[in-house]
Design a protein around this ligand. Structure first.
Ligand SMILES: Nc1ncnc2c1ncn2[C@@H]1O[C@H](COP(=O)(O)OP(=O)(O)OP(=O)(O)O)[C@@H](O)[C@H]1O
Ligand SMILES: [Mg+2]
Ligand SMILES: [Zn+2]
Length: 324
């Protein structure tokens, strides 16, 4: 089984493999044994495709979080969408494809976690049942800079999808870096049929202009836009809870209207969100009782609605269709 070593070979000098493979996950959930890779290039490609397909067939819904802008809160949204779905009883995976600035490990307090090899691939890091994968788990130090060209990024993202033992999931939430570059493109191409994209913006006009590009990108790649979130929309006073529109607001809603995509809602600048991120806990779990958490839950409703009773049936059907 290639796996961690193959991933590390892309990032750092390969190290000797660890101990014997174990079953993945704290719940002792076990996976089918993977197939050996034929040496022949064409056959290997076909085997890779089959393996990728068989992983994806066990995932009910894939949702990517995008934005044309950096620092607008994509990773924050991805973490909280994933956690809210988990709190709603869904089986959730969270994949960080931000190769240059993976922030998911920090935001979930998983810094320093390393990966283990399981019977059917690389075990994602387990967070109370949520399965998390990030390049951060492969870097030797958080300060390490990753300087790669497109094809290599695509190769790593493919490994993240194909060689990670995701198991059966209701949702895989994917956090991407800003822009419409290699990472989101690789995700769309590799997954083929994403359930949708959540586009994050902030109230500033420039961000709204930039984020249009993300929507155009989704259209080109035929990824449904689940909707636009306007983050950092107003400031929640920590003393009285009143929301002040310090950067203006309404840009996200207008832009969504202009572009003909749903508007999912606004999230104010809330010091508790920043605190939760810094302390490695998902905001929706840590501050579940606050009004901002309620806003966050509302944004997640259309994503949770993708699920319903259909999920297991869909997954079972997919599996039937694709099993040899
Ligand atoms: N609504 C909010 N209120 C307060 N702080 C927030 C809010 N949203 C995000 N932040 C903070 O802003 C910072 C940037 O957020 P985040 O990392 O999620 O953005 P990003 O779009 O993923 O950035 P990048 O483009 O670098 O990947 C984080 O420190 C986060 O805690
Ligand atoms: Mg980010
Ligand atoms: Zn006040």
């Amino acid at each position: 089984m290639i796996g961690i070593d193959a991933m590390k070979a892309n990032v750092v000098k390969p190290t000797a493999p660890g101990g014997a493979p174990t079953a993945c996950g704290a719940d002792g959930h076990r996976e089918r044994a993977g197939s050996a890779h034929p040496a022949d290039g064409g056959e290997k490609k076909a085997a890779d495709r089959r393996q990728l397909r068989s992983r994806l067939d066990r995932i009910g819904h894939t949702v990517v979080v995008l934005s044309g802008k950096g620092g607008v809160g994509k990773s924050t949204m991805a973490v909280n969408i994933a956690m809210a779905l988990k709190m709603a009883g869904k089986r959730v995976g969270l994949l960080d494809v931000d190769i240059h600035g993976p922030s998911i490990p920090t935001m979930l307090g998983l810094e320093g976690k390393t990966l283990e090899e399981g019977q059917d691939g690389v075990c994602p890091v387990d967070l109370d049942g949520m399965r998390v994968m990030s390049l951060g788990f492969l870097l030797q130090s958080p300060d390490e800079a990753v300087i790669w060209r497109g094809p290599r990024k695509m190769g790593t993202i493919k490994q993240f999808l194909k060689d990670v033992a995701w198991g059966d999931l209701d949702y895989l939430i994917i956090d991407s870096p800003p822009g419409t570059g290699d990472e989101p493109l690789s995700v769309c191409q590799l997954i083929g049929q994403l359930d949708g994209a959540v586009v994050v913006t902030t109230p500033q006009k420039v961000a709204a202009v930039d984020v249009r590009k993300s929507i155009t990108f989704c259209r080109r790649l035929q990824v449904p836009v689940l909707g636009v979130v306007e983050n950092m929309s107003g400031f929640v006073c920590p003393k009285c809870g009143e929301i002040t529109a310090i950067l203006g607001s309404g840009g996200g809603r207008r832009m969504a209207g202009d572009m003909g995509v749903p508007f999912l809602g606004t999230i104010p600048i809330d010091p508790n969100i920043a605190e939760a991120c810094d302390s490695g806990r998902a905001f929706v779990a840590r501050y579940a009782e606050t009004s901002t958490a309620t806003l966050m839950q509302r944004i997640i409703e259309p994503i949770a609605a993708l699920s319903g009773a259909g999920v297991s049936a869909t997954m079972a059907n997919n599996r039937k269709k694709n099993l040899p």
